[in-house]
Design a protein around this ligand. Structure first.
Ligand code: NAP
Ligand code: MG
Length: 406
């Protein structure tokens, strides 16, 4: 194909599972390959290959991201006992996102994809609510035990020089469960820095909430580090930009977010960010209407769809039924990664292409052509038409060709 945009450095491509794996290929074939001489280093993170390599492929893909700097990831199944049976797996493997985030560290930034004709379910939200999710530690890197008899559960820390510090968790009167989690000052610091930098670059206030009244040491450490980093490095820049940072209890943040007009970065600890971003994207439109990027403290970027593998639609697809699965988050993962590659390699045409791909996708939705998840939420003007996934991607491709031809 003539005149395709030439890339310099490959993107790390992490393929995934089920419906998103099916759409991944269609998005590439219809929306990228006709226009870009795509260079990727491909890693198959499909569940069978992860199982066969005992997750080596997942670690390799994370290392490749350290090497090249930019990755794009499809949604992947996190193994559960049910999935082991379903796919005849040998290992109960940890979450691939957990592994990759554990290697790269950093913060995941999520932002609703705002279409003019889709009204959020909270009418006051007229501006996007951005989520900054800490991507390291807590329950995503925990150690858990189930015990079947009474006994003493303790926290034990042994320092490098052999000094032992112990604390009782619970003198357990019977069977139960125990969980040990951790975080690192360095990671919390880079989380705070990433959030403040993001606030400044997107020109939005930064709100951070945790549960320091209950978890006085663990959550309190997050609060203190955020305050230190803010006061030492960002206070002046925020004042100059007319922006605000504050910390308050997560409960209070939730109440304030509901009453707000949006337009802030909500910095969340790992678990809070996981669930709150699903709530925010669903309330703005659909799980598929949210972009997501992991930014590591060393300047590495991994773009992904925040939703899962859309299992229910995949089962229909396997039965030969046509599904109306929304590919927007997958498209925005590719456009985000291509734009970042363009910026790093100084290829303006690649950045322009990413902008046009996003505009064509959004323009298609705003013209009234959309997938089923959006139809019931959309303003009826212009006339709304429900398309299946392939029809929607074709409509985007048509619009993209038209804009690129001008
Ligand atoms: P899911 O794939 O996000 O889907 C949940 C429901 O949300 C779907 O059944 C569908 O609703 C709707 N939905 C999500 N994405 C959509 C899209 N693009 N277009 C239209 N509707 C969409 O979550 P799940 O079914 O709970 O999880 C499936 C698998 O994904 C699990 O194995 C889980 O481990 C994995 N997962 C992966 C990631 C990741 O890799 N980033 C994240 C979360 C979950 P309707 O059925 O009502 O249409
Ligand atoms: Mg989630």
């Amino acid at each position: 194909m003539a005149n395709r945009i030439i890339m310099k450095t490959p993107l790390v491509e992490m393929d995934g599972d089920e419906m998103t794996r099916v759409l991944w290929q269609v998005v590439k074939d219809r929306l990228i390959l006709p226009f870009v001489d795509l260079k990727t280093e491909y890693y198959d993170l499909g569940i069978k290959h992860r199982d066969n390599t005992k997750d080596q492929v997942t670690y390799d893909s994370a290392q490749a991201t350290i090497k090249y700097g930019v990755a794009v990831k499809c949604a992947t199944i996190t193994t559960t006992p049910d999935r082991m049976k379903e796919y005849d797996l040998k290992h109960l493997l940890p979450s691939p996102n957990g592994i990759i985030r554990g290697v790269l560290d950093g913060t995941v930034f999520r932002k609703p994809i705002f279409a003019k004709n889709i009204k959020p379910s909270v009418p006051a939200w007229v501006k996007p609510i951005h989520i900054g999710r800490h991507a390291y530690g807590d329950i995503y890197k925990n150690s858990e035990l189930q015990v079947s008899e009474p006994g003493l559960a303790e926290l034990v820390f042994t320092s490098k020089d052999g000094k032992v510090t112990k604390k009782t968790i619970m003198d357990m009167p019977g069977a139960g469960v125990i969980c040990g989690i951790h975080n690192l000052d360095a990671s919390i610091k880079s989380f705070a820095r990433a959030c403040f930098l993001y606030s400044l670059s997107e020109h939005v206030d930064c709100w951070f909430g945790a549960k320091d009244t209950i978890s006085k040491i663990y959550h309190g450490r997050f609060r203190d580090i955020f305050n230190e980093v803010f006061n030492e490095e960002f206070k002046e820049a925020f004042e100059k930009a007319g922006l605000v940072y504050f910390y308050t209890l997560i409960d209070d943040i939730v109440a304030r977010v509901m009453k707000s007009n949006g337009g802030m970065l909500w910095a969340c600890m790992n678990y809070d960010g996981d669930v709150m971003s699903d709530m925010i994207s669903s309330a703005f439109a659909s799980l598929a209407m949210m972009s997501s990027v992991l930014v590591s403290p060393n300047g590495l970027f991994e773009y992904e769809a925040a939703h899962g593998t859309v299992q229910r639609h995949y089962y229909k697809h396997l039965k030969g039924e046509v599904t109306s699965t929304n590919p927007m988050a997958l498209i925005f993962a590719w456009s985000g990664a291509l734009r970042k590659r363009g910026e790093l390699d100084n290829i303006q045409s690649l950045c322009n292409f990413a902008d046009k791909l996003e505009a064509a996708s959004l323009g298609t939705v705003e013209s009234g052509l959309m997938t089923g998840d959006l139809v019931r939420l959309a303003d009826p003007v212009p006339t709304v038409k429900c398309l299946n996934s392939n029809e929607f991607i074709d409509a985007v491709a048509q619009r993209l060709s038209d804009t690129l031809a001008v």
